[in-house]
Design a protein around this ligand. Structure first.
Ligand code: ADP
Length: 329
């Protein structure tokens, strides 16, 4: 039965999900399930744009599912699948390419970022990334797309592409999607500077052990002006303090806010408290994840069943799209 509308989102299988993915996107994936038809996709084709080797692709694709399921995505309620299992997306990508402006694509900040990260591999897929993402979203006629704020230019691009397509072909086949962000739409990495991300290698994976988590947390950059333990710190510019707001109790947040400013607590102790609270928050997730991961057969069944359900929606859209374009039946 149809709910209030459809939701689509995806993430690249470039490794396990991290705190940025969780706070910026997955939390909304979970909460939106009760009100919307949700479609969540492991975008393996998108991952190819940045990969030097596909050696780990299958394993990484598999590993996404336990992260999502353990976070609370219910495969009976929502469709969870792998992008390449629905080939209609590449057909739509080709069709949308013809209403996509190359100049706009190369002007996008996300494209420029990728060029900075991999100057020797500026492939056509990298330029077309937002077009493939548009195809993903509109293939399922999604009304809403829960993503981190970094994806804002891509969603705007998708909306423009839908308008171009519908105008060019005098069609109403495609729907303009709306972006939905969480209360923490941009999580900074351990460097305290850039967006947390796998490609920046400044991330904290959800599925680390408590010991590994503590080790990574201890490398986090705090207030850069606070050089010595005796110096007063400024929580307003400290990424560790921002993270405390999500994972620590209001009393602890208040204590750190006060004590840091008068050098009553040092950065090492502050980070230890954060690591402890983060681990406590993630413990139930990690337990559920281990249970899912120990049953790979069930995970692949969920992904294949999701693909079957996704293909039905995708093919229905493509029938409309082919007709709108005027391709022969
Ligand atoms: P990554 O950037 O680590 O490669 P993806 O590009 O696959 O991750 O992103 C998957 C989802 O997680 C997207 O909706 C993206 O906006 C969100 N996301 C990723 N990193 C962050 C972050 N640091 N803060 C907020 N949301 C994020």
């Amino acid at each position: 039965m149809s709910k209030k509308g459809r939701v689509f989102s995806g993430a690249r299988p470039t490794g396990r999900q991290h705190l940025g993915n969780y706070l910026g996107a997955i939390r909304n994936y979970v909460t939106m399930q009760s009100q919307y038809d949700c479609v969540y996709c492991v975008v393996d084709l998108h991952a190819l744009t940045t990969m030097e080797t596909t050696r780990d692709l299958k394993q990484n694709t598999f590993e996404m599912a336990p992260d999502w399921l353990a976070a609370g995505i219910d495969p009976k309620e929502s469709i969870v699948f792998v992008q390449s299992h629905v080939p209609q997306v590449t057909e739509l990508y080709t069709i949308l390419s013809m209403v996509s402006s190359l100049g706009k694509l190369t002007d996008l900040p996300t494209f420029k970022d990728k060029v900075r990260l991999q100057p020797n591999n500026v492939n056509l897929g990298l330029v077309g990334y937002p077009v493939l993402m548009t195809a993903d979203i509109v293939l399922y006629k999604a009304n809403f797309v829960p993503v981190g704020i970094d994806q804002a230019p891509h969603i705007e691009y998708a909306r423009e592409t839908v308008r171009s397509f519908n105008y060019r072909y005098n069609s109403t086949a495609l729907i303009e999607p709306e972006m939905v962000v969480t209360t923490v739409p941009k999580v900074l990495g351990t460097d305290g500077q850039r967006k947390m991300g796998k490609s920046e290698n400044n991330h904290i994976e959800l599925a680390l052990t408590p010991e590994e988590t503590q080790k990574v947390v201890m490398t986090m950059v705090t207030d850069p002006q606070r050089l010595r333990r005796a110096d007063p710190g400024n929580p307003d510019v400290c990424n560790v303090f921002s993270m405390h707001k999500t994972f620590s109790s209001p009393e602890e947040v208040e204590m750190i806010n006060t004590e840091c400013r008068r050098a009553g607590i040092g950065c090492v102790d502050c980070k230890k408290i954060y690591a402890k609270n983060l681990n406590a928050n993630l413990a139930p997730f990690r337990e559920r994840r281990a249970a899912f991961e120990s049953n790979p057969g069930a995970i692949w069944d969920i992904l294949h069943d999701g693909a079957r359900r996704a293909r039905e929606i995708a093919e229905a859209t493509m029938v409309e799209v082919r007709a709108a374009v005027g391709l022969p039946e």
